[in-house]
Design a protein around this ligand. Structure first.
Ligand SMILES: Cc1ncc(COP(=O)(O)O)c(C=O)c1O
Length: 464
């Protein structure tokens, strides 16, 4: 049997996997130690033998699937990872087979054209129009945040690329910003200590004062911040910042506003929820992950900018074999990214939208947020369960009786039981259990059962 002929065998394994996972019967997560997994999958023998194809290949995939985290499972609630739509999963197979790294147009014209199309579509959702505005797809929110900050720096200090940082550069960011922001500051040589934070959750005068004080602290330290990073929404508890207000403060101080919408920008698609990002069109740049809320396999992130020239000026490099004047019918996005070789990311998102229809995707996103909000209301009624904030997205944090260590112990027990996979996060200085609802199979009944079981495990009767 040829390798391609094994496709239908693998497809049958995937169908079975999907059915089982969505039924909630197998454990959502099965964490064997690495050594055992290597043994279980027979990696050494398969490697020596070679010629893995046909039934043997399907058997290997079956065993591999049994050791995965099942994202389609109703108890899969741990992380901000999309439950991939089968159409996009198939697209990644085609993408892997054709392997057209498309940051240079001539290396993947179809993929590059789909990316251009998707960027325009996403810009439209923000309220920006190409060619004034622009963007690029990149491998993840962390890389998009780094790229946005490189563009912001180049806009403020154009010669930093060639001459290096002057030593006085700083950044302002919400205290809840994702660690990729501090990581970008480290990579860019700005230094983590030169990020001045303002309180998350502030609005109105308190927000203005918070940003103003962060700015004063930076000036007293001899620093000159060039950008503000605001969350839409925060990673831990999924809370949005008042972007219109943040943007007004940024304009007053001449600061670049980068909105980290890696998780929450998908709310822009929903009439019900796009108000959470009110004012986003006033920002200078926006990170938007499709591999979090849009059922797109990882990775697929858009970095969008209000003024495309800022992104074009971000990376100022020569590479004679790639960058030269040429006549060509399409656009090279290589000037706008950290990556050189880049996957056909647009194809992944496009196939989800084309398969579900835009309305189907919106219904899915609205549904996730609705079930999360209903769970919050239900949890507020359960004695012993406490939620620190009302959810604004599909992320809900809660606590059961006991200290921080109890929350971690309860999570460990839940994972070991296999019905629920959830995470924890610090909110307001205390550890909370944290759920991120992404599976279309998750219902309010599952989330009620989770709270009851968590209470039982914390040593309290969960019948309330
Ligand atoms: C707000 C925020 N920004 C950035 C990231 C990083 O995104 P990625 O995992 O795609 O690199 C995350 C991931 O959880 C996030 O929540």
């Amino acid at each position: 049997m040829s390798f391609l002929e094994s496709v239908h065998l693998v497809y049958a394994e995937l169908e079975q996997y999907h059915r089982e996972s969505a039924s909630g019967e197998p454990p959502v997560v099965n964490q064997l130690p690495t050594r055992e997994i290597i043994r279980e999958l027979d990696l050494e023998a398969l490697l020596k033998k070679g010629n893995l194809a046909g039934g043997a290949f399907a058997e290997f995939i079956r065993r591999y699937l049994s050791l995965t985290v099942r994202l389609h499972h109703p108890g899969s609630l741990a992380h901000q990872v999309a439950v991939p739509h089968p159409a996009a999963a198939l697209a990644t197979l085609v993408e892997g087979f054709t392997n057209n790294p498309m940051a240079i147009y001539e290396m993947g014209p179809a993929a590059a054209s789909i990316e251009a199309f998707m960027i325009d579509w996403l810009l439209g959702k923000v309220g920006w129009k190409s060619p004034d505005a622009g963007g690029v797809l990149t491998h993840g929110g962390s890389l998009a945040n780094l790229t946005a900050l490189v563009a912001a720096r180049s806009s403020s200090v154009p010669d930093a690329w060639k001459k290096g940082n002057s030593g006085e550069l700083g950044l302002l960011a919400s205290e809840d910003c994702h660690y990729s922001i501090t990581r970008a500051a480290g990579i860019m040589g700005i230094g983590e200590e030169n990020i001045y934070t303002y309180p998350a959750g502030a609005s109105g005068l308190a927000l203005e004062e918070g940003i103003g004080q962060a700015l004063e602290r930076s000036h007293s330290a001899g620093k000159r911040p060039f950008a503000v990073v605001a969350n839409a929404c925060s990673t831990a508890a999924g809370q949005f910042e008042p972007l219109r207000e943040v943007a007004a403060v940024c304009r007053r101080h001449g600061l670049w506003l980068h909105v980290d919408g890696a998780h929450g920008a998908s709310a822009l698609l929903s009439q019900k929820h796009r108000g959470r990002l009110d004012g986003v069109e006033l920002a200078d740049s926006l990170t938007w992950d499709a591999h979090k809320l849009l059922r797109t396999p990882g990775l697929c992130t858009a970095l969008l900018v209000r003024d495309a020239r800022t992104l074009d000026a971000a990376f100022q490099q020569d590479a004679s074999y790639l960058f030269h004047d040429k006549q060509q019918p399409g656009f090279d996005s290589i000037h706008r990214t950290v990556e050189c070789t880049k996957a056909a990311l647009g194809l992944r998102l496009f196939t989800v939208l084309a398969a579900m229809g835009e309305a189907g995707v919106v219904e899915y996103v609205d549904g996730l947020i609705e079930v999360t909000q209903k769970a919050y209301q239900a949890y507020c009624e359960i004695p012993g369960v406490a939620c620190p904030v009302e959810p604004q997205s599909n992320i809900l944090c809660f606590r059961v009786p006991g200290d921080d260590a109890t929350q971690l112990r309860v999570r460990d027990r839940l994972l070991a039981e296999g019905d629920f996979h959830l995470s924890t996060a610090m909110v307001g200085g205390r550890r909370h259990l944290r759920i991120v609802v992404t599976s279309p199979a998750t219902t309010l009944a599952h989330l009620r059962r989770l709270a009851s079981r968590a209470l039982e495990l914390a040593g309290k009767n969960g019948s309330g």
